[in-house]
Design a protein around this ligand. Structure first.
Ligand code: TYC
Length: 104
């Protein structure tokens, strides 16, 4: 007679394999009337690893359209980037604002 071994690795009900991707968040910088353009370009280069030309393009989009997306990241990284921007602006006494918004 076959022996039943309770320690054997027999799966009775199939476990669902987790395949969910993490939610992604846009990091958005907002326009204002006071922050110098050069400071915004520097901020985008510094925290979003953009070239001068790309940072200038994003800054001009923010200036003309009211806001611009600087990057899309998992939540913890997006929050860190937003706080880096807000702290950097505060240190330099500029009212530059930054928010995050869920993508999916
Ligand atoms: N509007 C600002 C000015 O004319 C420039 C600016 C651009 C400010 C982008 C904020 O996120 C910003 N000095």
């Amino acid at each position: 007679m076959p022996k039943i071994n309770a320690t054997e690795d027999v799966q009775l009900s199939p476990k669902k394999v987790k395949t969910k991707l993490p939610s992604m968040f846009k990091v958005i910088i907002l326009n204002d009337d006071y922050t110098p353009m050069e400071f915004v370009v520097d901020t985008i280069q510094r925290f979003f690893n953009k070239s001068f030309d790309e940072a200038k393009r994003i800054m001009l989009r923010i200036h003309t359209e009211g806001l611009g997306v600087c990057g899309i990241f998992p939540q913890d990284i997006a929050e860190t980037k937003m706080n880096q921007v807000l702290n950097y602006a505060k240190e330099h006494q500029h009212p530059l604002n930054c928010i995050i918004e869920r993508v999916n």
